[in-house]
Design a protein around this ligand. Structure first.
Ligand code: FES
Length: 119
C-alpha cells in the first residue's frame, strides 16, 4: 500500500485551504499539496494527529512525504534522517530544519495554512 497521495491545489493565497478528509491521508503516511513555491507534505500519525512540513528533507532534499511516520517523527526515505513533525527539526545528532505549516482539523476535514511557521 502506498503511504503517499497527492492533491493539486490551485492557489497562491495565504488563506486556509482544505486538504481533504482525514481518511484521505494514510495513517503513518502523507498527502502532498503541490504548489509552485514547493510541495507541502501533510502527515497523519498513527493516532490521527496531523502535521505539515515542506516536502524537502533538510539533509539533501529527499521527499519526506514518502517516509514512514513513527510517533511524531518521519524517517526520510533517502538516508533515514528522522525529522520531528511538530518542529521540523532533524533529530540530533543531525542538524537542519524543514519549514512547518499550520494545520487544523474541522469536522473530520484537514485544513492547511500556506503561511509557513518557519522559513
Ligand atoms: S535527503 Fe533526507 S536523509 Fe538524506
Amino acid at each position: 500500500m502506498s503511504t503517499q497521495q497527492s492533491a493539486i491545489l490551485n492557489t497562491d493565497s495565504d488563506e486556509w485551504i482544505e486538504v481533504g478528509r482525514l481518511e484521505d491521508i494514510p495513517r503513518q503516511g502523507a498527502r502532498v499539496v503541490r504548489r509552485a513555491q514547493g510541495d507541502i507534505a501533510v502527515f497523519r500519525t498513527l493516532d490521527d494527529e496531523v502535521f505539515a512540513l515542506r516536502d524537502r528533507c533538510p539533509h539533501k532534499g529527499g521527499p519526506l512525504s514518502q517516509g514512514i511516520v513513527h510517533g511524531k517523527r518521519v524517517a526520510c526515505p533517502l538516508h533515514d534522517w528522522k525529522i520531528h513533525l511538530d518542529s521540523g527539526l532533524a533529530v540530533a545528532p543531525d542538524e537542519g530544519c524543514a519549514a512547518r505549516f499550520p494545520v487544523r482539523m474541522e469536522g473530520g476535514r484537514v485544513w492547511l495554512s500556506l503561511k509557513g511557521i518557519t522559513a
